[in-house]
Design a protein around this ligand. Structure first.
Ligand SMILES: Cc1cc2nc3c(=O)[nH]c(=O)nc-3n(C[C@H](O)[C@H](O)[C@H](O)COP(=O)(O)OP(=O)(O)OC[C@H]3O[C@@H](n4cnc5c(N)ncnc54)[C@H](O)[C@@H]3O)c2cc1C
Length: 263
């Protein structure tokens, strides 16, 4: 079974802070990690490979340092990694990101499954999986929390709904987006990590030309959405702390509660 896993390197925080002047993400001092959902995607892929044979290819689009995420994925059991890195990819919205990942998958060629995380903790859109499936014109199953049966031509999956679960059968090839309930990701093997960081590591770096993409279709140029302004929300409600234990303070508190129709 040949499986492609899409992994994104993200800042190790769900509390993404924005520079109020530039509107861009503050990355200084924030460690980068493999997006948490993507570890589960990788674990699912490696498990299937161990059970059925085949190979696991990880693909990540990002700056050169995203190679660390790929090395870690190799340490967890992936067989090969592809880093999509090119200045032309910068500023991509989800449309351009999905197009770029789709082109790379087409270049890889044969696959039975593409597995993604449901959502990245920085971009947070959960659009990439469904968009890549549409690009590849393969069926997609989202919110997968269990892989129940895998045949040569079809797969049976459990997916989470808002108030229950659904069992779905889907023909292969297909794209899945997984959530954390699907498995417990393994830690990378030390030997695997050493190999993945060595000269013989099976990691390729592809640019726009390598995947046959025109620069007008990728990055900022290929993006259909453009951010006009980025800002942190301002809270209208201001807190007020009344200090002290006197009767006066208590009366002030009661007056304020009455004023605001709270009592
Ligand atoms: C107008 C615009 C401009 C932007 N400019 C920039 C910019 O300059 N720099 C920047 O860093 N971001 C930029 N972004 C954000 C960027 O488009 C998104 O981070 C990216 O498209 C992925 O979306 P997401 O993070 O919401 O992923 P989600 O859709 O939430 O991710 C779901 C899953 O898709 C897969 N996935 C997502 N991204 C990747 C990836 N890169 N490689 C491999 N797999 C992936 C993973 O499996 C992940 O779990 C911009 C967005 C917009 C709208």
């Amino acid at each position: 079974m040949d499986i492609i896993v899409l992994i994104k390197q993200v800042p190790d925080t769900t509390d993404v802070k924005l520079d109020p002047k530039t509107g861009s993400l503050i990355r200084e001092g924030v460690e980068s990690i493999i997006n948490p959902d993507d570890r589960h995607a990788l674990e699912a892929a490696v498990n299937l490979k161990e059970e059925k044979g085949g190979k696991v290819t990880v693909i990540s689009m990002g700056p050169p340092q995203a190679i660390d995420a790929i090395s870690e994925a190799l340490g967890m059991g992936a067989d090969e990694g592809i880093l999509l890195s090119d200045k032309a990819f910068a500023g991509a919205d989800t449309w351009a990101t999905s197009f770029t990942l789709g082109k790379a998958i087409e270049k890889v060629g044969k696959y039975d499954l593409v597995i993604c995380g449901r959502q990245a903790i920085d971009g947070d859109t959960a659009q990439i999986g469904p968009q890549v499936a549409e690009y590849l014109r393969v069926p997609q199953v989202t919110y997968v929390c269990g892989i129940e049966k895998v045949g040569r031509k079809k797969i049976v999956l459990k997916r989470r709904l808002e108030d229950g679960f659904e069992r779905v059968q889907c023909p292969l090839p297909a794209l899945l987006t997984v959530i954390k309930e699907v498995n417990v990701p393994r830690f990378p093997r030390l030997g695997g990590l050493i190999d993945a960081c060595g000269e013989k590591a099976n990691i390729k770096v592809w640019n726009a030309a390598d995947i046959g993409a025109q620069t007008r279709d990728v990055g900022l140029e290929g993006s259909l959405t453009h951010v006009i302004k980025t800002f942190a929300p301002k809270f209208k409600r201001q807190g007020e702390i009344l200090e002290g234990e006197s009767k006066e303070v208590v009366n002030t508190l009661v007056d304020k509660l009455v004023e605001n129709n709270l009592i």
